[in-house]
Write a protein that binds this ligand. Structure first.
Ligand code: XLS
Ligand code: MG
Length: 344
């Protein structure tokens, strides 16, 4: 029985369209996804603002809040909570050059409008967490904007959100690139620095995505550990990645099993979840996956996570201590491999 509670976003179940080809599976209605998420054992749903209110630009603040309440009643029907709301600042014509650090003041103001509406939606859904995946916050032409100015604009934007709602929490999900060429806030270290520079660092933290750490050439468990050491790991997006290719959002643990083991280990050893944090997935099915298998990557990710939890529970900390005292790291490493291969 896992000690953790799990969350997932509706975009994890998708039609399979990508930049190089059309959809390969039928679209599944959101409510049907919520029902299935509950059946699979998820406790919460992650949302973009326009997952809750499609065509959000067309509605007033009151209409947006009313539509959010409709989604809340759907979640209640399945005993699900909302984990967070993320403004989707990468699809709109107003965010072509980013949002918070766009070179257009009108577009920066639009990004703040979406950020404030995300807060309104979160409140109607009964959650206090906003995730900022800074997809287009950076440069496609290095000389188009100053990295000093852009960084300050991000801090200023977060401060405005913290002032708009006196108890909302802001969680940055760092990624070093894609779709942006050069990200302004690419790792958990950048997130911690941004947090410290805001008007209320206690309300600004990080969401570590396994694949994003790999794309930055970093170890996901160490990125998680860095945020935990600062007391600022607000959620995680567990998945996997085959080296520094495009963002693959593979099922958790399927490429780098030992790295996945150490992500579970650092979470478990440091009381993650004890204050309500969820283990979030951010995974996508293979393009070859058929309609009837639309949720298999979620089931696989949960199964691998829970199997690794058992491995962590069985980890021999006495043996580890002996190996460290005698600096027998070869012996310790082989023990870990035997544990993962099921030999011990
Ligand atoms: C990218 C992001 C994205 C969601 C917000 O990895 O997680 O999938 O939009 O979290
Ligand atoms: Mg993610």
């Amino acid at each position: 029985m896992s000690k953790f509670r799990f969350s997932v976003g509706p975009w994890n179940v998708h039609s399979g369209a990508d930049s190089y080809g059309p959809a390969v599976r039928a679209e599944i209605p959101a409510v049907e996804k919520y029902k299935k998420f509950a059946e699979l054992g998820f406790s919460a749903v992650q949302f973009h603002d326009d997952d809750v209110v499609p065509d959000i630009n067309n509605y007033s603040t009151d209409e947006i809040k009313a539509k959010a309440r409709e989604v809340k009643s759907q979640l209640d029907q399945f005993g699900l909570k909302a984990e967070f709301v993320a403004p989707r600042l990468w699809m709109d014509e107003h965010t072509i050059d980013g949002g918070f650090m766009s070179t257009s003041q009108e577009d920066r103001e639009y990004a703040m409008w979406r950020a404030y509406r995300s807060i309104d939606i979160a409140r109607e859904l009964g959650c206090d967490l906003i995730v900022l995946w800074l997809a287009r916050e950076g440069t496609v032409c290095a000389e188009s904007k100053s990295p000093v100015w852009a960084t300050k604009m991000l801090i200023e934007s977060i401060n405005k959100m913290l002032e708009y709602d006196k108890s909302i929490r802001i969680c940055i999900e760092p990624k070093p690139n894609e779709p942006i060429d050069r990200s302004i806030c690419g790792t958990m270290g950048h997130v911690m620095a941004i947090s410290a520079a805001t008007i209320d660092p206690s309300r600004v933290g990080g969401n570590l995505e396994s694949a994003h750490a790999v794309l930055a050439g970093l170890d996901p468990a160490h990125e998680i550990g860095f945020a935990l050491a600062m007391g600022k790991l607000m959620t995680v997006h567990l998945n996997d990645q085959n080296s520094i290719r495009y963002d693959q959002d593979k099922s958790f643990g399927v490429e780098n099993l030992r790295a996945a083991f150490n992500q579970v280990k650092v979470l478990k050893e440091n009381g993650y979840g004890d204050h309500g944090e969820y283990v979030g997935l951010d995974v996508k099915a293979m393009r070859t996956t058929k309609d009837q298998d639309s949720y298999k990557h979620l089931e696989n990710s949960l199964r691998i996570f829970k199997a690794l939890e058992d491995k962590v529970d069985r980890f021999d900390y006495e043996f580890q201590k002996k190996c460290v005292e005698s600096r027998d790291f070869e012996g310790l490493e082989m023990y870990v491999m035997d544990l993962l291969m099921g030999i011990v």
